[in-house]
Write a protein that binds this ligand. Structure first.
Ligand SMILES: Cc1cc2nc3c(=O)[nH]c(=O)nc-3n(C[C@H](O)[C@H](O)[C@H](O)COP(=O)(O)O)c2cc1C
Length: 188
């Protein structure tokens, strides 16, 4: 089983990264983490080439992510919230998922035949609500053919408690791993 993890944090050892480290210790199978701050890719320019032919014409690291997206079984969107949203860099990466929407609407084809399970991990420093970020992440997971999505795992007060010491977040990490493994078990 293969898990794609999209990390929207700029900190290699920050709250998101530490929770992801905890998760991958528990994950079975193969996984790949792509970080939106270090991935060599540009945002969608709305060139609309993907309305005429399946795929994105921009040749950068996103092509590698597309390839893994095709074969993976699970997807986790993990991000700090910035102004109650996913980080801008993660949205840059996510904008490249527009090719899937265009394939469905303009080409009448399903570009991702394999259904997946999705999960959302958010951290925040205690300011405002998380609904916007949850809604955005849910839309993106649907774009990527996640048909079942776990309720979001949130560490909302990293200003007071580092996410890795937040018992709710750590229990949530355990639940994400169990949710992904359950998909594996159901296939025998
Ligand atoms: C530009 C910016 C905007 C932020 N906006 C929010 C916010 O709206 N709500 C919130 O709870 N925390 C906000 N934060 C705090 C981060 O989400 C928080 O510090 C988080 O734990 C950082 O995660 P990381 O260490 O994984 O990068 C913001 C931080 C920055 C730098």
């Amino acid at each position: 089983m293969k898990t794609l993890i999209l990390n929207g944090s700029p900190h290699p050892n920050g709250d998101t990264a530490k929770l992801l480290h905890r998760l991958v210790e528990q994950l079975e199978g193969e996984y790949r983490i792509y970080n939106a701050y270090t991935a060599k890719l540009s945002p969608c320019m709305d060139c609309r080439a993907c309305r005429k032919q399946d795929g994105c014409v921009i040749q950068d690291e996103m092509q590698e992510i597309y390839a893994y997206l095709t074969e993976c079984d699970h997807i986790l969107i993990a991000s700090p919230v910035y102004f109650s949203e996913l980080t801008g860099k993660l949205l840059d990466l996510a904008s490249r998922l527009q090719r899937y929407f265009n394939a469905r609407v303009y080409l009448g084809k399903e570009p991702l035949s394999k259904p997946k399970r999705g999960a959302i991990l958010l951290v925040g420093g205690g300011m405002g609500k998380m609904e916007k970020a949850v809604n955005t992440a849910t839309i993106l997971l649907h774009q990527m053919q996640c048909q079942t999505i776990l309720p979001p795992v949130i560490s909302a007060h990293t200003d007071c408690v580092p996410a890795i010491e937040d018992p709710i977040a750590c229990e949530g990490i355990r639940q994400i791993a169990a949710f992904f493994h359950a998909a594996q078990d159901s296939l025998g």
